[in-house]
Design a protein around this ligand. Structure first.
Ligand code: SAM
Length: 276
């Protein structure tokens, strides 16, 4: 931090500066350095280990695209598992689907949940829903040990540093494959193909080595490095590109709609070439 500016160092050659109106909270948890700040232009913002996780201004884009793409293409999504995502944004979107009967969330850091509830209640609003069970646990361990089967799994992880490193590994994805029903589907955030092409390649190749169908889709998330963000959907049965006829009509959306769903899978040439 310099003066009233928070500097997010993305690569050795690229940083972004955000003017900070107020530092609302900071602490070092057993897992990461956590900051909540009010940033000019962007509003309240969660920052973990120096990386902006989401801002009030544009969090809806990432959270809607992570949740609704798989939930709108699976015809009968009842049981959902979220790994990470302790801020509650993805959870809020999942709960908009009336077909969903249960959501298990596994977040390693209790403080992310508690502080999001205190400072960002508009995002962390789903935890009291009867359908939700929160586990404060390591998602790697949970995936290895669970006997339960899910229709949808969402890997809403932070960047691959600290406790999140293994959330990008093939061993973890194999455990998630086992935890999915025979027609289950998974979505993992797969970072910026422009700035972090190696991480993007790792997620895609690890998932496509396990699942019969893997598709990448994109969204513009202005606060993430380069604004150009990817998700990877991996499916045992249904094509994530296709909307199900049985999918819910969802109220209160700000980014996702059925046309965006299909357009998000149209990939620029350099990404198509990376995917081979
Ligand atoms: N997707 C957003 C982004 O990339 O900026 C952030 C999503 S959310 C804040 C990521 C969460 O994953 C964090 O709260 C972090 O504590 C949690 N997390 C990291 N490693 C984890 C693990 N091994 N098991 C469960 N949760 C984990």
């Amino acid at each position: 931090m310099t003066g009233n500016w928070f500097c997010e160092e993305n690569t050795p050659g690229y940083s972004v500066q955000w003017r900070m109106l107020q530092l609302l909270h900071q602490e070092t948890t057993p897992f990461q350095k956590l900051m909540i700040a009010d940033l000019a232009e962007w509003g309240r913002t969660l920052i973990l280990d120096g990386a902006v996780q989401y801002t009030e201004k544009d969090e809806f884009i990432y959270h809607e695209m992570m949740a609704h793409v798989p939930l709108m293409s699976h015809p009968n999504p009842k049981e959902v598992l979220i790994i990470g995502g302790g801020d509650g944004g993805t959870l809020r979107e999942v709960l908009k689907h009336r077909q969903v009967t249960g959501v298990d969330m596994v977040e390693i850091d209790r403080r992310v949940v508690e502080l999001s509830q205190t400072f960002l209640p508009g995002v962390a609003q789903g935890f009291s829903d009867d359908r939700v069970k929160l586990y404060i646990d390591d998602g790697i361990k949970f995936a290895r040990e669970t006997d339960k089967k899910y229709d949808i799994i969402l890997v809403d992880s932070s960047d691959p540093v600290g406790p999140a490193i293994q959330l990008y590994s093939q061993a973890f994805y194999k455990d998630l494959y086992q935890a999915l029903n025979e027609d289950g589907m998974l979505v993992a955030q797969s970072e910026s193909p422009l700035f972090y092409p190696q991480i993007f390649d790792t997620v895609v190749s690890n998932l496509s080595g396990i699942f019969p169908l893997t598709r990448v889709y994109l969204a513009v998330v202005p606060t993430y490095v380069s604004g150009f963000w990817s998700f990877t959907a991996a499916s045992k049965c249904y094509d994530p590109l296709q909307l199900s006829d049985d999918s819910d009509n969802i109220d209160g959306l700000k980014y996702y709609n059925r046309k965006i769903h299909q357009a998000a899978f149209a990939l620029p040439q350099f990404i198509r070439e990376r995917l081979g």
